[in-house]
Write a protein that binds this ligand. Structure first.
Ligand SMILES: [Zn+2]
Length: 238
């Protein structure tokens, strides 16, 4: 009896020790170096908000998160410090909130302001009444010069890497909450149209998601580099 008690105590101590080590390890890994670029990736929607629904029932929130998680890995390989607004199928609202959508968006913006990133990329999927409409498009806040620069770079890389037939240009917008309220350079990437049967199929596939993530990663890296070269402040005055 005594021996088994001792064994139990020893086992518990070992587990506690291992937990402490893994906690320390995680802390070290997640610590940001002083000169490390910081990017916030925002997977749009989540939880009770599915976003757009595709022609075959695809949920925008799921595709957004899948692409965002791939993109995170790719940026981290390039030594970028990445912060996600969500890493699971959860919105940023309290379950009892009267207006979950407003609270969700406010919390995303608050998180961005607290982290002061070099840039923010929000990943979404589009939808339209005409099923033939397709192609990625990137949006920025009309009055943000840095947001425009980021969005145009992302649009270029998406056209070059993913779909050279796509003739869309990055577009200014004055009403999207996240773009309007965020003081860091920000862009919303609408990766494609879930209302287009071919594109909906592609957007669901891992290969295409990887291609999109590679391309968005390139656009972000080019933006960060350009910004550092010019020596300009990375903050946008909006
Ligand atoms: Zn969306």
């Amino acid at each position: 009896m005594k021996k088994s008690w001792m064994e139990l105590v020893m086992a518990l101590l070992l587990i506690a020790g291992a937990y402490q080590i893994s906690k320390e390890g995680a802390r070290v890994v997640s610590q940001r170096k002083a000169d490390q670029a910081v990017v916030v990736l925002d997977a749009g929607h989540g939880g009770s908000d599915p976003g757009k629904i595709g022609v075959n029932g695809e949920k925008e929130k799921d595709i957004n998160l899948q692409i965002t998680l791939l993109l995170k890995k790719k940026l981290e390989k390039k030594k970028v410090y990445v912060i996600l607004t969500r890493n699971s199928d959860e919105g940023l609202y309290d379950s009892g909130s009267k207006n979950k959508k407003v609270q969700d968006l406010q919390n995303r913006v608050d998180l961005i302001h607290a982290k002061k990133p070099d840039c923010v990329v929000s990943v979404h999927q589009n939808s339209y009444t005409s099923p033939e409409v397709k192609g990625a498009q990137v949006f920025y806040f009309t009055h943000s010069a840095e947001g425009k620069k980021l969005a145009e770079g992302l649009q270029n890389s998406l056209v070059e890497d993913v779909d050279p037939e796509n003739h869309r240009l990055a577009k200014g917008n004055t009403s999207y909450y996240l773009l309007k309220k965020t003081d860091a350079p920000a862009a919303i990437v609408e990766c494609g149209f879930l209302s287009n049967p071919d594109e909906a199929k592609l957007l669901k596939s891992k290969d295409y998601q990887n291609k999109l993530a590679d391309s968005i990663c390139r656009g972000i890296l080019e933006y960060i580099k350009t910004d550092k070269k010019s020596g300009k402040s990375q903050k946008t005055i909006t």
